[in-house]
Design a protein around this ligand. Structure first.
Ligand code: CP3
Length: 364
């Protein structure tokens, strides 16, 4: 400070360091800024979870899944586990996309062998239980986890915050849990468009506030998981996926300029380029159904791709996994790319295969 004041007094132009200068050295943030980085940064969706013995150890001793997500001591430790073990370039907050509807007031339980169970919300009476004011208090521990994790990360590792996208979160909220095709949600979106639009409006605003709070707590980028985007026809995709996502990206760009947003419109196929253009995301995460290089070539300039190794290849491991990982990596050389899977890592994945994958990708 003193030096700069002195320079200014001497008539020299004071050089004010960019607030994000240190962050820009991180490989993942460089790729998100549109820079081709070689070898590409790597992290894996669901990198903290049941495939890790150290996660299973915590899971056996402490409370339920929601308690793990909302106890900063546990969530911080779990977030850091894969970073410690594999040296990942990204640390994704340990939480869940359903923590937001839970914090808004919808009941949520994770039932062993069944997944999430919620009281369905299917009309305006259901909407009345949602209270944005209580979400801030109930998600305070999540922000504490972000703060603590960020403070413990190695220099090269980027802190990733996340939320579900309004459409995918609405799918679980309306259906009351998982589903093969979310037929009831899609029927209601056609039959009661006012109800569905109101639900998405509540979720857009709550998601903006939730992600803003994560950024204020130390998230350096945020990702929107739209797992079910691909079940919609293009007209509905524009309405229920692209419009809400664009509103979130817009608001975040205004509140937190320079903080990149990653969108994951799973199974959107060739709509991915349209999605990137219309929503303004800085990166598109790709699922396994597309050729990453072909999609990358169709994206607006500077938009990064993230993905897209088949999670099953990591269960198989060995030469098949290595060859496929290197094929994807090399096909994107010269473009901004963050290596990842096309969907979350599966519970019976051998951790040694993940170690081998990271080592293979970093050897050039
Ligand atoms: O990627 C990460 O490591 C960060 C944490 C994270 C979890 N879920 C942890 C989790 C993230 C980003 C999610 C996203 C999520 N959650 C999505 C979108 C991405 C995707 O996978 O499609 C969805 C649809 C959910 C909802 C959800 N959470 C379901 C359907 C389930 C049950 C199925 C299952 O795998 O058990 C969960 C539970 C869940 N979320 C676990 C973890 C580690 C398992 C918890 C446990 O049993 O200990």
């Amino acid at each position: 400070m003193k030096d700069r004041a002195g320079d200014a007094a001497n008539g020299a132009v004071a050089v004010i360091p960019r607030a994000d200068a240190a962050m820009n050295a991180k490989p993942m943030l460089r790729a998100l800024a549109g820079e081709p980085v070689w070898p590409p940064p790597i992290w894996l969706m669901r990198q903290a979870g049941r495939y890790l013995p150290e996660y299973r150890a915590i899971r056996e001793t402490a409370g339920g899944f929601i308690a793990r997500c909302t106890t900063p001591d546990l969530a911080t430790e779990i977030t850091l586990q894969p970073v410690r073990r594999f040296g990942m370039d990204g640390a994704i907050l340990f939480s869940d996309i359903l923590i937001l509807p839970w914090a808004l007031g919808q009941s949520l339980e994770f039932v062993e062998g069944e997944g999430p169970v919620m009281t369905p919300i299917r009309d305006s009476r259901g909407l009345a239980v949602l209270d944005p004011a209580r979400a801030e208090a109930l998600t305070a521990p999540v922000m504490e986890t972000v703060r603590r994790t960020r403070a413990s990360l190695p220099d090269h590792t980027t802190m990733i915050g996340f939320a579900g996208s309004p459409f995918t979160v609405a799918c679980y909220m309306v259906e009351g849990g998982g589903s093969r095709d979310f037929a009831e949600t899609r029927r209601l979106a056609y039959a009661t468009p006012d109800f569905f639009a109101s639900l998405l409006t509540v979720l857009v605003q709550a998601t903006i506030d939730y992600l803003s709070a994560q950024i204020e707590a130390g998230a350096e980028t945020v990702m929107l998981f739209d797992t079910w985007a691909g079940i919609l026809p293009p007209s509905q995709f524009a309405l229920h996926v692209m419009e809400p996502t664009a509103a979130i990206v817009d608001a975040l760009n205004q509140r937190h300029p320079g903080v990149p947003v990653i969108g994951f419109p799973r199974l959107a196929g060739t709509l991915a380029a349209d999605y990137a253009e219309r929503t303004g995301v800085d990166a598109v995460a790709l699922d396994t159904s597309v050729d990453a290089a072909a999609i990358a070539a169709s994206l607006p300039d500077g938009v990064a791709v993230q993905g897209n190794l088949d999670p099953i290849a990591v269960i198989a491991g060995g030469e098949a996994m290595r060859a496929e990982a290197l094929r994807i990596r090399d096909s994107l050389r010269g473009r901004p790319h963050i290596f990842n899977l096309g969907h979350g890592i599966l519970p019976h994945t051998p951790p040694e295969h993940v170690a081998d994958l990271v080592e293979t990708l970093r050897a050039t």
